[in-house]
Ligand binder design. Structure first.
Ligand SMILES: O=C[C@H](O)COP(=O)(O)O
Length: 331
């Protein structure tokens, strides 16, 4: 090892809390229709984010460890196997080489959750036994959300019964595109009820919603209907998580908190694969919502390949050397 180093985390003073669930509220159409989004102002602000002076050295290592704790380590492929899911779960338990974590003073670090299709829930639950890492299941006809409504609800029940503690539902994009906010609200309400004790993340599939105004309104309606998290994308749209969309969704979360006192979580997902991008997202959360939203109960990355790059950066931080990326094939 080149240097004896610790990861310096500026937010360790925060209590490890678990946010109460979002109970939701009645649909307030005046509020929803009063929401607008100034695209050029949002894009200007978003363009400044990646160029900001980044945190360095031990602080950067701490932020990268924080990012790991917020990853929903994901595999959502047609060729998923039990073996791949078991390997992913082993990675979730031990996301970075033990000697590197020890050097950083971060022993015991895990990812925030493991995210899989329904058929893989029992395998993931078994593989994570004793770890307290939740299994998240994508549900409701993921990714398009176009299967019959009763089947989508039944899928949630089945995943919860199989042991998923978090359910990532997909909304019907057509309700947004047609401005049918009541239908979106009713759908989200029904999905939340089906989740029971499991936390529910509402995937908006923002790349298919047409406008930032639609993203803002859909975010608000899903929160009114009781979503515990709002999530950008399935990872399967042609445009997934972006910074402008994130700004819009994060500000909707802030408005909802200011008006109701309820904190809703945020999950950007799809195409986030670089350690540097994870730092940009964390800085954005801190700027717009404050330190409380840097905890895994209120912030997650949906990512299948981000962990590998973070691990390479941490290895470099500790040893002074980069390993080849193929050595970090999972995560
Ligand atoms: O919800 C998570 C996404 O499907 C992951 O997307 P990604 O494979 O682009 O990281």
């Amino acid at each position: 090892m080149a240097t004896k180093t610790k990861a310096k985390d500026d937010t360790t003073h925060l209590p490890q809390t678990f946010e109460p669930r979002n109970p939701g509220m009645a649909l307030d159409l005046d509020w929803v229709l009063g929401v607008h989004a100034n695209r050029s102002a949002i894009e200007r602000r978003a363009a400044t984010l990646p160029g900001r002076r980044s945190v360095k050295k031990d602080h950067q290592a701490a932020w990268l460890c924080r990012a790991i704790s917020c990853i929903d380590l994901t595999t959502l492929s047609g060729d998923d196997t039990e073996g791949r899911v078991r390997r992913l779960c082993a990675k979730a338990r031990q996301p970075v080489r033990a000697d590197i974590l020890q050097e950083l003073g971060m022993e015991g670090l895990t990812t925030g959750a493991v995210c899989v299709y329904h058929d893989m829930v029992p395998t993931a639950v078994r593989a994570l036994e004793g770890s307290n890492i939740p299994v998240a299941a994508v549900s409701t006809g993921f990714p398009a959300g176009l299967s019959p409504f009763n089947l989508r609800v039944a899928e949630i029940h089945a995943s919860v019964e199989a042991g998923a503690r978090e359910i990532d539902i997909v909304i019907s994009r057509r309700h947004v595109l047609q401005g049918n906010w009541q239908a979106l609200y009713d759908e989200m309400r029904a999905f939340r009820a089906a989740c029971g004790e499991a936390h529910v993340k509402a995937i908006l599939a923002t790349g298919e919603l047409g406008t930032l105004k639609n993203v803002a309104r859909a975010s608000l309606v899903c929160m009114m209907a009781g979503a515990d998290f709002i999530k950008t994308s399935t990872g399967k749209e042609s445009v997934n998580a972006t910074l402008p969309v994130s700004l819009v969704m994060i500000r909707a979360i802030r408005d909802y908190h200011q008006r109701t006192g309820v904190r809703v979580g945020y999950k950007p997902a799809g195409g986030i694969s670089k350690a540097k991008d994870s730092l940009t997202y964390l800085a954005l959360m801190k700027d717009e919502l404050g330190d409380r939203w840097l905890q895994p109960d209120l912030f997650r990355f949906g990512a299948s390949s981000l962990l590998g790059d973070i691990e390479r950066q941490l290895e470099h931080h500790v040893t002074g050397r980069y390993s080849a990326s193929h050595r970090h094939a999972i995560g």
